[in-house]
Design a protein around this ligand. Structure first.
Ligand code: ZN
Length: 459
């Protein structure tokens, strides 16, 4: 039995049911699980290892609910900088067609490195393009070296241009092959147990890149194994028009018709969702991965986050792919969610709730317990006895937080977004004294830049 005492934190933001914030706090951990949380003086003092976090803010590990790791290879592509979603995708699909298994591995590690340093301990990725022998296994193997929790989505595209879809035919797959591979991955890797480091998600890409039949069959497979379902939905007005033209429904009604409603479903974006649809999502207990940076970058719109929260919809945060955010910074995403909601309240009161403002703590909730709920996890997202010891700590003695010491928890949201000094997953360090432990960053960046150069120049 290995024990770890984390003590003297300036404040612990627990995100427990009472939303306790404990000054001079400590956590006692045994074999990666939290046994005690409280004031330092009240927690068991004898431990195999002691981490003294004096003058540090201690938060639950942040949870990223939507990403496309491979897109770190195509950040800031000039031709895709000033495009909306459909034009952006059409510019990037031919480049992504050159992805190799090694590219998947390098980009997975790079994205996870950036996520870890920005406070993330659990990441969900949506990989939906598999050219040149790429497999989800490539991502899973690369992620295992990083020591973080992964929810790996078996994404897919099957509706090519010749059949009325958006992606070129060269990057879509046959539906039977998709479904067979989905079953293989679930049976090979999915771990539903508490403390799970790896779960598989069933995730056809979007209404304009897969067929209704694949959506229906994917849902049936997911439910037969008890795994979760994820897709992009209601991201842009282009998509809404596509759904109305092709299927005669708005995006949510389209999803509902295909059995994509339930507490095992979460949608990325959910921007163009009207008040009636918010209520339907709440009733069906569908979750949302809110991706504010991406929604701003692609001029997609403002998701009705306050309205979702008032209705009881579970909302998590997603940095989204690094071609539509150009960053995988979790704390920055918390800040963006906070700021964009404020813009929404002022500029678009008809779509969001103008009577209330999203608070800094609510923004942190999205990235912690909100994300855990969206991913269907009760073992992470808060710091309380019985939960996984997933936590991050930020040294408060820093330029960015100067003048904000009356409220360190709010500083993490309101002040400039920083990298964390400690990141522990299941009681094991991934970041220690500001240094990422699993991989050497300089080497990784060099390999990643080489891969990005090859990929984008070959297009
Ligand atoms: Zn996405």
């Amino acid at each position: 039995m290995a024990t770890l005492l984390v003590k003297n934190a300036a404040v612990i933001v627990t995100m427990d049911d009472q939303r306790r914030e404990i000054p001079q706090g400590a956590i006692f951990i045994r074999d990666g699980w939290i046994e005690e949380v409280g004031p330092s003086a009240a927690v068991t003092q004898e431990a195999d290892e002691v981490l003294d976090l004096e003058n540090h803010l201690l938060l639950p590990g942040l949870i990223n609910t939507h990403h496309h790791f491979y897109q770190t290879l195509t950040r800031a592509i000039p031709a895709a900088q000033d495009a909306d979603l459909f034009q952006w995708l059409k510019t990037l699909y031919p480049i992504w067609a050159g992805l190799t298994p090694e590219d998947i591995r390098i980009s997975t590690q790079l994205a996870l490195a950036e996520l870890a340093l920005s406070g993330c301990t659990t990441a969900s990725d949506h990989l939906y393009i598999y050219p040149n022998g790429c497999r989800l296994d490539d991502q899973i193997e690369a992620a295992q070296q990083m020591g973080m929790r992964l929810h790996a989505s078996r994404g897919s595209m099957s509706l090519g241009e010749s059949k009325g879809g958006l992606p070129p035919d060269s990057v879509v797959e046959a539906e039977q092959a998709i479904l067979k591979d989905t079953r293989r991955l679930i049976e090979s890797y999915h771990d539903p147990e508490p403390g799970s480091m790896l779960q598989i998600v069933v995730a056809p890409c979007s209404p304009f890149s897969v067929t209704p039949d694949l959506m229906r069959q994917a849902a049936a497979i997911a439910r037969s194994y008890g795994v979760r379902m994820h897709t992009h939905l209601a991201e842009t007005l282009d998509e809404e028009r596509f759904c109305l033209d092709e299927f005669g429904h708005r995006p949510l009604a389209y999803a509902e018709e295909l059995d994509w409603a339930g507490d095992d479903v979460w949608f990325a974006h959910a921007v163009h969702i009207n008040p009636d649809e918010v209520e339907r999502m709440a009733k069906a207990r569908i979750g949302v991965a809110h991706c504010p940076s991406s929604n701003m970058r692609l001029a997609s719109g403002i998701a009705p986050i306050r309205r979702f929260l008032s209705a009881g919809v579970a909302v998590g945060l997603g940095v989204d792919g690094s071609a539509s955010n150009d960053s995988s910074h979790m704390l920055a995403e918390v800040r963006q969610a906070f700021l964009l909601s404020r813009v929404g309240s002022a500029a678009a009161p008809e779509i969001d709730d103008s009577a209330h403002l999203l608070t800094a703590r609510q923004a942190l909730e999205l990235a912690t317990i909100g994300g855990a709920q969206v991913l269907g996890r009760t073992d992470v997202g808060s710091l309380e006895p019985g939960k996984c010891a997933d936590f991050v700590a930020i040294d408060l003695d820093r330029l960015e937080y100067a003048g904000a010491m009356h409220d360190p928890a709010a500083a993490a949201v309101l002040c400039a977004s920083v990298t964390v000094d400690y990141n522990y997953v299941q009681g094991k360090p991934v970041v220690y004294e500001g240094r990422l432990l699993p991989v050497e960053i300089e080497t990784l960046v060099e390999r990643h830049n080489r891969a990005a150069h090859r990929l984008t120049n070959g297009a």
